[in-house]
Write a protein that binds this ligand. Sequence first.
Ligand code: SF4
Length: 386
Amino acid sequence: MPGIYLHIPFCKQACHYCNFHFSTSLKYKGELVQAMLRELELRKDYLVEKELDSIYFGGGTPSLLTEAELMLFFENIGKYFTLKPGAEITLEANPDDITPEKLQSLRHTPVNRLSIGIQSFHEEDLRFFNRAHSASEARACLARALDADFNDLTIDLIFGSPTTTDERWAENLNLAFSYDIPHISCYALTVEERTALAHFIKTGKAPAVEEDKAARQYEHLMAEMATHGYIQYEISNFAKPGRFAVHNSNYWRGEPYLGLGPSAHSFNGESRQWNVANNTKYIRLLTNETGFENLPRLAPGLFEIEQLTPVDRYNEYVMTGLRTIWGVELSRLRQIGPEFETYFLQNVQVFIEEGKADRVEDTVLLTDAGKFLADGIAAELFARKD
Ligand code: SF4
């Protein structure tokens, strides 16, 4: 079933490791919301099916939206789509935004799931990341959210940082477990180009990220999650039984979604498209637009489209399939083309022999030894475009 993703491109301050699209100036927030509503109206027919089972506010920092702004999105989505009963409606939130008043206000909206960017419960990590919140806010916001009956919570944690000792990582996990949160996402700190972190490492102001440490902490993570009853349903995502994220699962399983807002991606099964990653340009293109019949013609530059070839579909499926508990199903490869099944089986054999992948009947999955290397293994299995 399809979903809608809304990218809210504003943050209070820039985290040193982040390469997402956002602005630290909130000056155009009102205009941007209006432009996104216009994009929704223009692109409502992108999704053929009109019943949604998820809406996801990501960013950026969607918790910077007011209740009135959130309600505008829901009212306008409601003009064109219906929500499946019990649909998952997630809002990404930063701990410093989760005040009792904010939670109260969110209770007046259809938001029923919070994704909280904790990243760490330790001050040293948070300062290294340049997060806007403190360690005490990280703890307090979880207690507050649970008190306000927001039980459908997920948190993000980062491991492998130069400041994250093995002891701190173990403490982070134990603290997360102590709140009995149904869903936890954990990411290795990666050094993305053109980020402050990359610059600091290059100029010797920060130590390099050690891959061995990240691999060790990932191993600890997988073992602890299993001990505490979480299922690793994706390389970075762990959930209690029955609590897998609907939005993320749909994405990994190739369901269509409409992405609204600057830099947002959309997928309809045939093509992917992504919006311009520039707030003022996005607002200008949508504000000047005068008719709704032919969006690319009327708002040139708003987005780029890539039609997926069989090779693209194979590569994307191998990439996402290997990362998930559902693995790569050979029958799906055969649907793309029998030659892809043959190519995949020939190339995956070496990883099976090395104990990094496993074939279970008609499905190939990564073993625990292969999971940390998932992206590299997928890259080895990609088919070339020529
Ligand atoms: S709050 Fe999130 S989106 Fe904003 S800078 Fe930090 S990591 Fe990036």
